[in-house]
Design a protein around this ligand. Structure first.
Ligand SMILES: [Mn+2]
Length: 482
């Protein structure tokens, strides 16, 4: 469907729209009431048995969260704009199959910063009251709000979940489908091939229909051509920029004067700004980490926040929350915090899992946090070999001051070959051998195996998992027959 035809749909008579609109959703409504309305739809049996999910990627970073939240928020406010969807009631879901929302404040503290900013205004750190009482009061409120969010874990485990959704999210190993269930419609944001850690790709295909997608990763050719929207654009710093642009294109998000009086518009503007500023390093990132489109959306959102705020400061608040949070996490949680896995099918039909974890500390920090190099490697092996999906290749991308490290461990013949192919094909990353720590190398030799791992400096630090993942996946594919 084109933008024009969508605009046309929106001009349909209002009474029509009111009939379709679920009581409780309204344009510009406060985020708290929006959140409780979403919960009502999903966890108390209303007459609406079917919904369309808006699902972020499994790393569940701030970008994914806000994309899903913003898209569903504006779609729900004007269902006429999305009549092409069978079930125009939208539910944002955090792609977290293991995590309870009670833990979000600890595991995703930058969500808390974004939510606090949305409600209180984008206040500079220096102006926030720092007494223990004030800090605790803020944390309590953030925690309460984060607990309202809906995760994959809760959909699968809450007794009250809409039956259609509960079935769809059962883990593959525990759930045997005896009766067939209607498929659940899903819009993917910040990724373009659905992936849920606890559900096999085959089951995902059987249980979900992708009816829309907005993403800034490499095209995986999963989303049907007729999906609406279908926006997959590379070279954009933050997917939230694409979502904002889309909502503006179809006239759902406008800078109309009247909107300033509605709390939801201000809150959503503040909320959307945060991931864009984080992902583009406050619009200063090099290469395709920051585009003109990101800049345009910031220029649109900024005046709508109603705040006189310091972008640099907001960026640092979220960044600091993220960094400090690692101290609170166990090793397995650190790997899982920003993690993606991919299943690769080789020509000979064998299927291998690749997992890549991004961590914003370096190997030295990780060794200390693990309380030793032997322990660090034990934790690495445990993560790769004892999770829901056993990995053939485990990649770890770390940050060391201004530099970046790439560590890859393999757990089989194919993985071992893939490391060599990856090294030879990944010219754009400008890899240089990393040989700084003999004790760690010795531990890796002992526990992973000589020749089964390798660590490099990444010469081009503008690159990230977005570039490393396709290269590594390709390398593994090329191991067939070699
Ligand atoms: Mn993203």
């Amino acid at each position: 469907m084109t933008v024009d035809s969508l605009t046309h749909l929106m001009q349909l008579p209002l009474e029509d729209e009111d009939e379709m609109r679920l009581p409780g959703f309204s344009l510009g409504q406060d985020l708290t009431s929006y959140l409780s309305q979403i919960r009502k739809v999903v966890f108390s049996q209303t007459e609406h048995k079917h919904v369309t999910l808006v699902l972020g990627n499994p790393s569940c970073d701030l970008d994914s969260f806000i994309c899903a939240f913003a898209l569903s928020y504006f779609y729900n406010s004007r269902p006429n704009a999305t009549r092409h969807h069978k079930n125009p009631i939208y539910v944002p879901v955090l792609n977290l199959p293991y995590i309870e929302t009670e833990d979000l404040w600890r595991l995703r503290p930058e969500f808390g910063v974004a939510i606090r900013g949305a409600f209180d205004g984008l206040t500079p750190q220096s102006k926030l009251e720092q007494t223990q009482e004030a800090v605790e009061a803020r944390r309590r409120r953030e925690k309460t709000l984060l607990e309202q969010l809906v995760t994959v874990h809760e959909l699968a485990n809450n007794e009250k979940t809409l039956p259609s959704l509960r079935h769809a999210f059962q883990t593959s190993d525990r759930y045997k489908s005896e009766e067939s269930h209607e498929k659940v419609d899903v819009i993917l944001v910040d990724h373009n091939a659905p992936a849920i850690e606890t559900i096999t790709d085959e089951d995902i295909r059987a249980r979900f229909d992708v009816v829309g997608c907005i993403d800034h990763h490499v095209e995986e050719n999963y989303v049907p051509k007729q999906a609406t929207p279908r926006v997959i654009k590379l070279g954009i710093g933050s997917c939230t920029s694409l979502v904002t642009e889309h909502l503006r294109n179809i006239n759902l998000w406008t800078a109309h004067e009247d909107h300033k009086k509605l709390p939801g518009f201000t809150q959503m503007s503040r909320l959307a700004l945060t991931p864009i500023l984080i992902d583009t390093w406050n619009l200063k990132a090099p290469g395709d980490k920051c585009s003109d489109l990101d800049r345009e959306q910031v220029a649109f959102l900024d005046p709508q926040t109603g705040d006189d705020f310091d972008r640099e400061d907001l960026f640092h608040q979220a960044q600091t929350a993220k960094y400090e949070s690692l101290n609170l996490l166990r090793m397995q949680e650190i790997f899982a915090r920003d993690y993606k896995s991919y299943a690769e099918e080789l020509e000979d039909g064998s299927v291998y899992n690749i997992g890549i974890a991004s961590v914003f500390e370096d190997l030295e920090w990780l060794s200390k946090h693990a309380k030793g190099k032997q322990e660090l490697v034990q934790e690495l092996v445990k993560y790769a070999q004892h999770g829901e999906k056993v990995l053939e290749v485990f990649g770890l991308l770390t940050k060391s001051g201004d530099r970046k490290q790439v560590a890859i461990c393999s757990f089989g013949e194919a993985g071992r070959k893939a490391i060599t192919i990856f090294e030879n094909s990944a010219k754009e990353l400008q890899l240089k051998d990393w040989t700084e720590d003999d004790t760690l190398s010795k531990q890796l030799d002992e526990q992973v195996g000589p020749g089964a791992w390798k660590i490099w400096w990444m010469g081009d630090i503008s690159k990230s998992r977005k570039q490393v993942a396709p290269l590594l996946r390709n390398a593994l594919k090329q191991t067939t027959g070699s």
